[in-house]
Structure formats: structure tokens, C-alpha cells
Design a protein around this ligand. Sequence first.
Ligand code: UN1
Length: 498
Amino acid sequence: MNLRDLTAALYLDAEQLQGGTRIVRSPIDGAEIARLTDDTPETADAKIAAAAEAFKGWRLVPAPRRGELIRLLGEELRAHKEALGSLVTLECGKSIQEGYGEVQEMIDICDFAVGLSRQLYGLSIASERRGHRMTETWLPLGPIGVISAFNFPVAVWSWNFALAIVCGDPVVWKPSEKTPITALACQALFDRAAARFGDAPVGLSSVLIGDRSIGERLVDDRRIALVSATGSTRMGREVGPRLAQRFARSILELGGNNAMIVTPSADLELAVRAIVFSAVGTAGQRCTSLRRLIVHSDVYDTLVPRLKQAYAGIPIGDPLDKTKLVGPLIDRDSFDGMARALENAAGEGGTVTGGRRVLADQHPDAFYVEPALVEVPAQTDTVRHETFAPILYILRYDTFEQAVALQNDVPQGLSSCVFTTDLREAERFLSASGSDCGIANVNIGPSGAEIGGAFGGEKETGGGRESGSDAWKAYMRRQTATVNYSDALPLAQGIKFG
Ligand code: UN1
């Protein structure tokens, strides 16, 4: 399907995609695909005001009824999975299988949120006072701001959106400047769900188009109770303190520098498959991408040549072509960053395999690269830095303690994994002295998390949690209530007063 067919299938207004000054390009060939009109400070303010107004009514709608709206959104996503998945691929360059997978992730979180809408459970707490009852209740928080990145242009929004809506909170979304069309498509699908729902308030969902200055309005606006931001650690360093300044809540999902430890007992066949998927999938542009491989000396000389062989056969090219596994990098800056990192690693004693630009004749304005393997003598600053590209650094280890120490000795703490068939190693990896990451897997790569678990990580990854488990609690305010149904007024702690 071409862009025109896709936009029609997703109910996008063709006029909305033309006539503006924000040029959107497809990383597949670098061609211009749209010219959008940016929000102005005035239109952004109007959208935030509408969200604040919508909150007043939406918070009173029973949560299971709010869940019905997300059920309808899930239906729209199911019906339009192919079109939206293709648009994701067109706009961010991930393989078509991953484009569909991303929409599936949205469908899954909608299902999760529908169930959740009947399970926003609080607590009943034993009061120390006679004739008193204590409870803890979860109440809607307020309008939520979502700032998302290009690499998961729609799924990360949906993790926040589906939960926020059932929790009673309107959402204002600032998508990446590189992927605004998919955001408008999500809004169009939501509008259809809302029309079927009937009485959803205006302003429950809106999209802000523009650069970071528009995102900053969301961060600084007192009407926005929580900002959930996904992106670089650099972005988080700006957004986090600004939100803290006004005592707003934040969910930060920032950089990752995810490792795999391959132990002597590992199933190497399984490990190779996991390494390839998690290091080269999405062209190394997932926050959970595998970036460091920590291999035991005993299996190093078996594993690394096998990996080089697997890398040599990876089909690179047009991500809309189902036979290609690796698509382009998002843009030239990304390619330059990769080239710089490879140069630095080589300067620090690393041996680079792959990493060259390919298909440049065919696509002079697109950036396809061979995924790179870099054998490094030590965990240098280059290795400890997250480069958002398909570079896999390979390190050796001799003792399990050494491997865990290497895995943890980076500023980021998102995802991690160990390949082992030794129960003790697996359990140690998951223990208090094991991986320090928010996600820790055994015999599974670090990427491709399911929505049912809480997603996020520690240290410079920002500490936020989204998606499954009890991540919904971040979108609500907790109220501890004590009711006195006696005819006395006993004070807590047994205090006598008068
Ligand atoms: C991201 O890259 O920002 O675990 C999110 C995964 C996906 C989500 C990645 N489910 O790879």
C-alpha cells in the first residue's frame, strides 16, 4: 500500500498532511511524505485546556464504562492492524513484521486496560481505633502528557493512553517530530471509537505537532498532572527537573545499554538466535536493543565466529519487503552517531566487523547499514554510552561475578539477560546481587517485552514504569480515608487531648 491508500484506510484527512512547514520524510528512501502544520502556543494551550475540561466529566464516568471506550479502540486497532502497521514501517523504517507487532502490542494493552477497568482495586486497612474503618482508594489524577520517541511511534503512547483513559485521565500527546503521521492516525482511530462510544468528552485525546518547544509547554503547564516521557537520557535530564520544579509527576523511560551474559552451559543455538533478534531488530533502535555481549572465555571462540556468520547473512533493505529483517536507520544524524561510535571503539582497541553503509547508490538519502560486531578489550566509555544503532560490543569474562559486575557497570539500567542452563547462575542473576536492571531475563534476549509486566528501568533509565502489572497506579491518586462510625472521638496513638 502506498501512503495515499494508507492514509485513506486510516481516515486521515489528506489536506491535514499537506500545506504546512513541518516536512516528514520516510527513512526508507528519504522522500518527503507530508508537510504538517505545527501547533502554535495558542492551539497547544487550547488542547491542554480542553483536556482539563474533559477531566471534570471523565473522572465521574464509572471505570468499567471508561474501559468500554478502550475496548472500542482495541476493535479499531484490530480492524486496522495492517494499515497502521504499514504506516509505522513507512514512517519509522522498522521491518513490516515489527510494524504489525507494534500494533499487536497496542491491541494487547487495550485488552489489559479493559480488564483493569474493573480491577482498580484499593485496600481495606485495619484501624487501630474502635468503630473506625480505613480504606485506600485510587482516584483519577488529571490530564496526562505523553512524549514519545520515533522508534515505537505508537505502542508506547498506547501503554500510557489505554491505562490513563480507564484511570479517568485525558491525554495530550506530543509524538516524535520524526513520526507525527502515525500519531494522527491513532487519533483518527480513537475518534472513530469515541463516536461509537457516544458520549466521550471533547478533549479526551489530542495530539500536539511540533518540535521540543511544544513538548516543553506540556512539561511546564500546571494543568498537566503527569508527564510520561520516552527518549534519551539527555531529554530526561531536562524534563525531569522541570517537572520536579512544579511538583508534577513523571514517568521517565530513557536510555538503555542492555547486556547478555553467555555462560559455558548456555544453549548456543538459542543464544545466537536471541542475539541476532535483539541486536539487529529495529536496526538496533529499540531502547531494549542488545548492545553488550558478555561471553565466557570457554565458549567465546565457538560463539563469536557463529555470530559473525549469522550477521553476514542478515537481509538488509526495504522494510516493507517481508524478506528483509533490517531496515534503515531513522536519519543521517543517527548514521553519523554510529560511525563516530565505531571510530571511537576502534581507537580504544576494538575490532569492528560490519558497520558499513549499504544501498547508498539506490538510496542516496536513506541510511542502511550492516549491523556491527565490535570485539572490545574492556568496557570503555564508548561501550558504556548508548548509541542508538545496531552496534554490538563483545566482551570476555572468566567468573560469573565478573560478568555480573560488567553487566551492571554502566550508567543505564533498563534490560538484561543471561543464557545459562545452570539453575544457580540463573537464580543469582535474578537475585539482589544480580542484574540491577528493571528487566532481567533468563534464556530470552533483552528486547521484545510483553505488555503484562511493568516496563522500565533503573539509574539513568529514569526509574519509570509503564504498561502492565500495577503501573496503572502512577496514573491515579491514592486516597487514605478513615471513617468514624462510633459516637466517641478516640485519637490515634492513644493521645489524650483535653
Ligand atoms: C522502546 O524501545 O522504547 O521490549 C520500547 C520491547 C518492546 C518495547 C520497547 N516491547 O522491545
